[in-house]
Ligand binder design. Structure first.
Ligand code: CMX
Length: 435
């Protein structure tokens, strides 16, 4: 058993009694109450999920295993000669809550290398799809196509104890995660680069190999590492993470669950917003016909969007009530690497104007930018201008946190998810409305 798997086994076994005790001795203690507004409006803020892998404070933003974004990047072992940490080390940290040493990180790098070969039939599935399919539909199809590889499904058929579920889930999680960079890059090169896929380089780490297979030189490897870590997890209530947790709660394996979660990430109110931001910005720039945008022009474009009943992509959040620190991390990257890039300047101007406009409109509870407002600029700068691909990048990252959650879900024996519905008449009765 690998060092990581051994440590994880120990951690899961140590943790289990905490859940057993809570259920047995304190199962009826109230955590929250639910209002009619929450029932109708998408269970906003209802505390009915548990995860120890990340926590989202509305004012502070995300913490991965208790660490803020800067703390996470500072703590993890860096790829030699690069600014950013190994994604593989981050995977260790998300699974165990501990920062790995360089030696431990390199063990995961080696382990992932052995798992990264994508079966040929996955590429055949991708090639059989019409080329104008959205990259996210392709990504989701490729993931679910691999379901036949699931060790969890095979072991479940053979019969296994509940306390053993985490083990094949861990194997599936590693096998799936290690293959995602090659699948994402294949989709990109097949769809957008005249069908010229690039083979994986066994010497490279997760992020480095992704950049290599995308066909983009340094420092895109660091961009990829940063991007995957930043998008990895946002506790478990967001659409993609929650879908993955929900689907797997029926003991569907990781391939079914992650594919389903990617379909949720592909929605414009969620991960697709990174594509929408670039589309919105490019459309708006095209209308200017080469003229320098001003704050006034941007203000008008924002109002036009709002007045036509559309949302301003990249702004607002269901939980956050301040600028997303994932936005700030990417903005800092831009300030360091591309401060004078015209598109970055436009995005910065939108950052200045949009919160005022949204606040004036008075609908959005959070007028500040989220992770998706900044990410496309960096991709565009490094040559990935095909913005319909951006959500696939988000998806590769999101798999890290959600797969770590799935391993723990099975380790702690979390139950089938099944909230209760009520009828509208029942809500009216609860409200005291007489028909
Ligand atoms: N532009 C215009 N209106 C917005 C808005 C925005 N950026 N953000 C919120 N609003 C509106 C909502 O549509 C809602 O209007 P109605 O009352 O007419 O339905 C109202 O303000 C209240 O919404 P809220 O409680 O502030 O926000 P929600 O929790 O309902 O939704 C989110 C959150 C992210 C879907 C929303 O802010 C939005 O649509 N943003 C733009 C899309 C986006 O950037 N999504 C990416 C989020 C991050 C991610 O998951 O990747």
């Amino acid at each position: 058993m690998s060092t990581l798997k051994n440590l994880l086994k120990k951690k899961i076994e140590e943790f289990r009694p905490r859940i057993t005790r809570l259920l047995k001795e304190y199962g009826k203690v109230k955590v929250d109450e639910v209002t009619i507004e929450q029932v109708i409006n998408g269970a906003r803020d209802v505390k009915c999920l548990v995860t120890d892998i990340s926590y989202l404070d509305p004012m502070e933003g995300i913490r991965f295993r208790g660490k803020t974004i800067p703390e996470t990047f500072a703590a993890l072992p860096k790829v030699p000669g690069c600014d950013q940490p190994f994604v593989e080390g981050f995977w260790w940290m998300m699974l165990t809550g501990e920062v790995p040493t360089m030696e431990q990180t390199l063990e995961v790098v080696e382990d992932f290398r052995k798992r990264r070969q994508v079966p040929q039939y996955v590429f055949d599935v991708l090639r059989a799809l019409p080329r104008d399919c959205h990259p996210m539909a392709m990504f989701s199809a490729a993931i679910v196509a691999m379901q036949r590889e699931s060790q969890f499904a095979a072991k479940y058929r053979e019969g296994m104890k509940k306390t053993e579920y985490w083990d094949p889930m861990y194997e599936d999680a590693c096998n799936l995660l290690a293959k995602l960079p090659a699948i994402g890059a294949y989709i990109y090169r097949m769809k957008f680069k005249c069908d010229t896929p690039i083979c994986s380089d066994p010497k490279l780490d997760f992020g480095g190999d992704f950049a290599h297979m995308m066909g983009i030189g340094k420092p895109y490897d660091d961009v990829a590492r940063m991007y995957f870590i930043l998008h990895s997890d946002h506790e478990s209530g967001n659409v993609s993470a929650h879908t993955i947790h929900l689907v797997a709660s029926a003991l569907s394996d990781a391939f079914y669950a992650v594919s389903a979660g990617m379909n949720g990430l592909a929605g414009p109110l969620h991960g697709l917003a990174n594509e929408e931001v670039l589309r919105w910005t490019q459309n708006f720039m095209a209308k200017l016909g080469g003229q320098e945008p001003t704050e006034e022009v941007i203000r008008k474009a924002l109002w036009d969007t709002l007045n036509s009943g559309q949302v301003v992509p990249g702004f607002g959040h269901a939980v956050l009530r301040k600028t997303d620190p994932r936005y700030m991390a990417q903005r800092e990257f831009c300030l360091k690497h591309l401060p004078d890039y015209p598109l970055f300047k436009v995005i910065s101007m939108i950052f200045k104007v949009a919160p005022q406009v949204l606040a004036e409109q008075g609908k959005a509870k959070n007028p500040w930018p989220n992770v998706d407002a900044q990410s496309g600029v960096i991709q565009w700068y490094y040559g990935v201008t095909e913005y319909s691909f951006y959500t696939v990048l988000f998806g590769i990252g999101r798999a890290i946190g959600t797969l770590a959650n799935l391993v723990w879900d099975r380790g702690l024996g979390y139950a089938l998810e099944r909230p209760k519905s009520v009828t509208t008449a029942m809500l009216e009765e609860a409200a005291g409305i007489k028909q």
